[in-house]
Design a protein around this ligand. Structure first.
Ligand code: ZN
Ligand code: ZN
Length: 406
């Protein structure tokens, strides 16, 4: 089955100023080699197309190219009580939830949404990967803001920095430092940010978009509660661009007990996060999320044919409510776009693990592409969306034919 909206369109914040760029990183992440090695694809550089995935041998229609867990993913905020916070699977019978501290805003106490996990195993893995610091941070205001603006990227950044920080400060005696982000992912967790850095990005130099600056402040505000227990603690002064003046220091007066496992190392990890997550880091992450995030449509019915069909119909109709969440992948981000893609994406396990298959037979040396947008739209709409979201004029055979260009 073809999923037609593979990527998500850019939000308003950087429109008009973008220029797609890639940095020449110090090295190709090991995780990328690990994903490529068993696949029939190679990473190449094509003139005019930049980085590209190219077939190394004949590929038959329907053949699996590779499968990949995301570097980072978040559930749609409207589905936080239905979707696993770690893997985006629908919650099963043995789902587990992690309550979060109550917060007090404007004198009234209210509890934040609990985070849900599909199985105790997934919950346990999340506890190793990012959850203790995520729970100890008060991200209520950040989530409220994201709910208001329908933005997922700041929450991807929050999960990313919590994962990175915990990698640096794993409690002694656990395997967290060497475990993987998600079971089955071969990349060491230490390569998470290295993987993000390797992606193409929207060039957004300072001054940063206002939405970025304000959501960044809310993220830092949240992380500070994980360090201090109450964020009026000003000992953690940071870089000069850390302007929190518009974040009220008085509207969150308490937080609940931190998880039992979280005492010293969570505080240390949060301190590490505050030190490393400066505004430039945040902009680096968001600039990459904007051009590389995939919409995940994992059917909630556990993959029955009815729910798969419903998901397919909703995807065709462009139903945003159907979206399970957003995810950023490493190897999958190397695909270029074509309006006649020769590769398809699907989520057959009904979580954020993406599977790519050949949409038709592919010759050795041929570039393998996916469609970033609904390829069934009229040519002018397609080209407008691609220019707006990714900053390029599509020169694929279908566009040339539809435009009457020989
Ligand atoms: Zn899960
Ligand atoms: Zn095209």
């Amino acid at each position: 089955m073809r999923r037609i909206f593979t990527r998500q369109l850019f939000s308003r914040s950087t429109s008009g100023t973008r220029q797609l760029q890639t940095e020449a990183p110090a090295g190709i992440p090991q995780a990328l080699f690990d994903l490529l090695e068993p696949s029939p694809l190679a990473l190449s550089v094509l003139s005019g197309a930049g980085r590209a995935l190219v077939s190394r041998r004949p590929i038959h229609q329907g053949q699996r190219l590779f499968q990949e867990w995301p570097l980072v993913c978040v559930p749609a905020l409207s589905k936080q009580d239905k979707i696993c916070h770690r893997c985006l699977a629908a919650l099963g019978n043995d789902a587990q939830s992690a309550a979060r501290p109550e917060v007090q805003t404007d004198g009234s106490t209210h509890s934040t949404h609990a985070l849900c996990f599909c199985t105790p195993t997934c919950y346990a893995a999340a506890m190793q990967e990012y959850l203790p610091i995520y729970l100890a941070s008060n991200l209520q205001q950040l989530e409220d803001e994201c709910r208001r603006t329908q933005e997922h990227f700041p929450l991807l950044a929050a999960k990313l920095i919590c994962s990175e920080a915990l990698t640096q400060h794993s409690p002694a005696g656990t395997s967290a430092a060497t475990s993987t982000l998600l079971a089955g992912q071969s990349s060491p967790r230490s390569s998470l940010m290295q993987g993000i850095d390797f992606l193409s990005y929207a060039n957004t130099p300072p001054p940063y978009p206002e939405e970025w600056v304000s959501t960044y402040s809310l993220l830092i505000h949240g992380l500070r509660t994980a360090v201090s227990g109450h964020h009026s603690d000003r000992k953690l002064s940071r870089s000069p661009d850390d302007d929190l003046s518009h974040v009220s220091a008085s509207n969150v007066v308490s937080r609940g007990p931190a998880p039992a496992s979280s005492e010293g190392y969570v505080r240390e990890a949060a301190q590490w996060a505050l030190k490393h997550a400066d505004m430039a880091w945040y902009a680096r992450a968001l600039g990459r999320f904007h051009v590389n995030s995939f919409r995940v449509d994992a059917p909630e019915g556990g993959g029955s044919s009815d729910s798969l069909m419903a998901a397919a119909l909703a995807a065709i109709a462009g139903d945003q409510n159907q979206r399970s969440g957003s995810a950023v992948y490493l190897l999958a981000s190397m695909f270029n776009h074509s309006c006649t893609p020769n590769a398809d994406i699907s989520f057959p396990v009904c979580n954020s693990q993406a599977v790519f298959t050949a949409a038709r037979d592919i010759e050795p040396g041929e570039q393998v592409c996916i469609s970033y947008i609904n390829a069934d739209l009229p040519v002018d709409v397609r080209r407008q969306q691609l220019q707006f979201a990714y900053g390029f004029d599509c020169g694929c055979p279908k566009c040339m034919e539809d435009l009457g260009t020989p």
